[in-house]
Design a protein around this ligand. Sequence first.
Ligand code: XMP
Length: 536
Amino acid sequence: MDKILILDFGSQTTQLIGRRIRDMGVYTEIIPGDSDLAAHIGDGAARGIILSGSPESVYTSEGAVPDRKIYECGLPLLGICYGLQRMTFDNGGLVEPLPEREYGAKEVKINLPPADKIPGGERGAAFFEAFNEKKFTAWMSHGDTLTKLAPGFKQYGTSVTGFPAVVAHETKPWFGLQFHPEVTHCERGFEILSAFTFGVCGCKKGWSMEQYIEEVRASLQRRVGKNPVLLLISGGVDSTVAGALLLKTLDADQVHLMYMDTGLMRKDETKIVTTNLEKLGGKHLHIIHCEDEFLDALKGLTEPETKRKVIGDLFITIQERELKRLGLPESYFLAQGTLYTDLIESGKGVGKKAHVIKSHHNVGSPLVDAKRKAGRIIEPLEKLYKDEVRALGRLLHVDEDVVRRHPFPGPGLAVRIPGVVTKEKCDILREADFIFIDELKKRFNDKGQSLYDEIWQAFAVLLPIRSVGVAGDVRKYGWVLALRAITSADGMTADVYPFNTKDLLEISTLITNSVKDIGRVTYDISSKPPATIEWE
Ligand code: XMP
């Protein structure tokens, strides 16, 4: 199967590049930016290499340096942002800081020679077919720029600030973009990636979910044999689909499913999780009731990262305690429903260069590390994106209600209650959140799709503020609730969902009428970036 290799230098959008190309039906493999190339091109499947962006600069020691062989192997190269700067710097050009960072939507002007003078022969012509407009709006995020092109390169596109935005080598199939074609807001982005993948690299489509299932199941059976597997279940799409994959591949008696009721979960979560796993054939369900332990540990804490850390640590403590109680043999495998996005948001992306925005506790723990070292960790979804996990879930007959479920963070309601977390606040938030989500499922857009399905993630946040109101002529001093609803491709960037005002007003009224402790409802209108999706 043809594949495109992506060298990850730590950009928050590296995995989006992979995702876009997979959507075109071509397999992508993301590897650390400084990987030994031979190990990844030996099978002859790689048709091209993309060099990703990075938060670092090429002229500091922080930026990873690719294997020199990428410039000698003859494969087509596409440098994106830092990737372009890397290609320039490594081949004798100059990269320097910009006077002011270029960020967001920026116009790019294209200046191509006549068709017969386009560089790089047929491959060059195929690449530049994607640039059939004289100007378009690209998406930029960089603090450095090329100040001198490397020998053999020419500039074919310029950003509004006058710096190079599109370059190509005159004789080799090497191309560079200062902007991010992988970001949905980038005009021509899809066409550019497609031109590189098919036109320049000549890839044939071969990536499908059916094929992925077959490969993963065969490898699971080979690795696990007759040993027991313990899967940590959160109740979300990912761990449920991972559970379905295990249950449909191994003997149900081998599969142990552990779920913790932390008291920070959504309404009726434990009941829903139990029903779903039983439907999938789960036999050994271990539900741990630890609500009091979590609420005790969170008492008085307000700082978001401290809350995350305390929750993460307690998860580990309880997990280890309960595992001992379970008494599985040493040889057991530990399974997790980790996705690639979980790894990168925690700064644990394959290139290990991404900056930590929030620590996701479900990515690493002493137990996970020990099991990883012993070669006994199973993460069957680690190469998949959210939408691909949903497609996989459908193929495995996971309930549609689970498959379409919005993501839910590991630390649960604790990061949706800024400030101190109490049981009372959790109960208020649970109820309000339930009403909001239930309404989204009952309301439809003009295409007949439910708002819940149109929205990528929605939830309520209980603010640590009370405000004055009036209820039946009596003064009311209720909590303020914020509603959040975003559209997104994968949670890496997000836009605010543009509700019809009528829907928002009706939902707000319903919440204040039904949840007596809430006195006021607001709608969060911040995109990501600069905000994140969760409030903490
Ligand atoms: P942010 O808030 O970082 O969220 O924009 C991006 C996506 O990740 C989810 N999220 C988490 N998921 N463990 C998880 O499994 C976590 O600790 C965590 N924190 C945030 C968030 O809901 C959104 O979908």
